[in-house]
Ligand binder design. Structure first.
Ligand SMILES: CC(C)(COP(=O)(O)OP(=O)(O)OC[C@H]1O[C@@H](n2cnc3c(N)ncnc32)[C@H](O)[C@@H]1OP(=O)(O)O)[C@@H](O)C(=O)NCCC(=O)NCCS
Length: 361
C-alpha cells in the first residue's frame, strides 16, 4: 500500500508526521492584515452522510483499484448520501451544528447563503428550502461557483456583514455522487457527499480577507455537465450517451488547479503584506493530494502546516473547505488566533483564496 502523504490523516484517525504548529501569530494585539475585514466565524458545523464507500468498494464494480486511486489522488474513501437524502438535508444538518456552535437559534439568522453545484432541483433555489427546514425566516439564495463556492461565499457574506446584515449562515453542501456516472472510473472515484456551514458576524478583533477571486469561462468543457441546461437541453439521446453526467479533462484541470491556486494564494499574501511564513495552517480545496502538495510546494508551505481530509472525504466540492476546517478544529489545529490560508478552484472555471484568523466561538 502506498505511504500516506505527510500531514495527511489516515482512516485509522492518526496523522502522518503531524505536529501542531506553534502558531506564532496568535497575538490579538497585532495589526489586522491589509485588506482584511472585522468579520468572524461565530460558529462552524459539518455533516457527512453515514455510508462510507471505500476504494475497494468501487473496485468491486469498476475497472480500478485501491492502489491506483490512492497513488493518483490520495483518496481512500468518501461518504455517500442515503437514498432520499438530498443536498438540502445535508445542508440542514451542517447548519444546525454551526448554529449550535455559535450559540444562536434560527430566528437570529438574517441571511442564508448556500454554495452548491448540486441543488435539490434545477429550479427552485435550494437555500430557501434549507431555511424553511431550519425554521429561518430570512432571505436565502444559492451561490454556484462550483468547488470555489465556499470561498466566493465568504467574500459575499463579508460584504453583506459589513453592510449591516448579520449573522449570516453560509453553507457549502453537495451530493456529488448523484451527478457522476457510476460507470465512469475516471470521474466517479473522485467525489463524495457532505456539508459544512459557518455563521459569520462582525467582530472588531477578527480578520477575514483580503480576497482574491477569479474566473475564466472561455472554455468550460474541461469540467462540466454538457446536457440538461439551456445550452443543451436533455433528451433521450443525451441520456443514452450519458452526457447528463459530469465529464472532465483531468490533466488539464490538474495543471489549472495548481497554477491558479498557487498564484491566487500568493496574490492574497501580497495584498495582505504577509509572507507564507505568516500562515499557520493551509487549507486548500480537497480535490487531490497531489494537487494540494503541488500548491503547498509552489508556495513554500511546509507539510506540517497543511491540513488535508481528501483521503477521508474525496472531493466534496463547495463543502470541502468547511469540512476540512471542522476536521482541523477537531484535531486541535485551530487554536485561537490561528491564521489560515484558504484556496480553491472549480468548474467554470473559477478560483478564490483568502486569509482567515480563527477565533474560538
Ligand atoms: C483524474 C486524475 C486523478 C487522473 O490522473 P492522471 O495521472 O492524469 O491519469 P490519466 O487521466 O492520464 O489516465 C492515465 C490512465 O489511467 C486510466 N484511468 C483513469 N481512471 C482510472 C481509474 N479510476 N482506475 C484505473 N485507471 C484509470 C486512464 O484510462 C489512463 O489509461 P491509458 O493510459 O491506458 O489511457 C488527475 O488528472 C486529476 O486529479 N485531475 C484533476 C481532477 C480534479 O481535481 N477534478 C475536480 C476539480 S474540482
Amino acid at each position: 500500500m502506498p505511504e500516506p502523504a505527510p500531514g495527511l490523516r489516515t482512516s485509522d484517525d492518526t496523522f502522518v508526521e503531524h505536529t501542531v504548529s506553534p502558531h506564532p501569530h496568535a497575538d490579538a494585539t497585532r495589526d489586522r492584515p491589509t485588506g482584511s475585514f472585522g468579520v468572524a466565524i461565530l460558529g462552524l458545523g459539518t455533516y457527512l452522510p453515514d455510508e462510507v464507500v471505500t476504494n475497494d468498494d468501487l473496485a468491486a464494480t469498476l475497472d480500478t483499484s485501491d492502489e491506483w486511486i490512492r497513488a493518483r489522488t490520495g483518496i481512500e474513501q468518501r461518504h455517500r448520501a442515503a437514498t432520499g437524502e438530498a443536498t438540502s438535508d445535508i445542508a440542514v444538518e451542517a447548519a444546525r451544528r454551526a448554529l449550535d456552535d455559535a450559540g444562536l437559534v434560527a430566528s437570529d439568522v438574517k441571511m442564508v447563503l448556500l454554495a452548491t453545484s448540486t441543488p435539490d432541483y434545477k429550479i427552485a433555489a435550494c437555500a430557501p428550502m434549507v431555511a424553511a427546514k431550519l425554521g429561518i425566516d430570512a432571505p436565502a439564495m444559492d451561490l454556484n461557483a462550483a468547488c470555489s463556492g465556499f470561498v466566493y461565499g465568504l467574500q459575499a457574506a463579508t460584504g453583506m456583514v459589513t453592510a449591516g446584515t448579520a449573522p449570516i449562515l453560509l453553507i457549502g453542501a453537495e451530493t456529488m455522487t448523484r451527478i457522476v456516472d457510476p460507470s465512469d472510473r475516471s470521474v466517479s472515484i473522485l467525489f463524495g457527499d457532505g456539508g459544512g456551514a459557518v455563521v459569520l458576524g462582525p467582530d472588531e478583533n477578527a480578520e477575514l480577507g483580503p480576497f482574491d477571486l477569479g474566473s475564466d469561462g472561455a472554455d468550460p468543457s474541461g469540467l462540466y455537465i454538457e446536457a440538461g441546461g439551456s445550452a443543451v437541453p436533455v433528451d433521450a439521446e443525451m441520456i443514452d450517451d450519458r452526457r447528463h453526467f459530469l465529464t472532465m479533462r483531468g490533466r488539464e484541470i490538474y495543471r489549472f488547479a495548481i497554477a491558479n491556486m498557487s498564484a491566487s494564494s500568493q496574490r492574497v499574501l501580497d495584498q495582505a503584506d504577509l509572507t507564507v511564513d505568516d500562515v499557520d495552517l493551509f487549507v486548500g480545496h480537497q480535490a487531490n493530494i497531489r494537487i494540494l502538495n503541488g500548491v503547498a510546494a509552489q508556495l513554500g508551505v511546509p507539510a506540517d502546516r497543511c491540513h488535508t481530509t481528501v483521503n477521508l472525504h474525496g472531493n466534496t466540492s463547495s463543502a470541502s473547505i468547511p469540512l476540512c476546517l471542522g476536521d482541523a478544529r477537531d484535531h486541535g489545529r485551530l487554536p485561537d488566533g490561528t491564521r489560515v490560508l484558504l484556496t480553491a478552484f472549480g468548474a467554470g472555471l473559477t478560483w478564490g483564496s483568502t486569509l482567515l484568523t480563527w477565533r474560538n466561538p
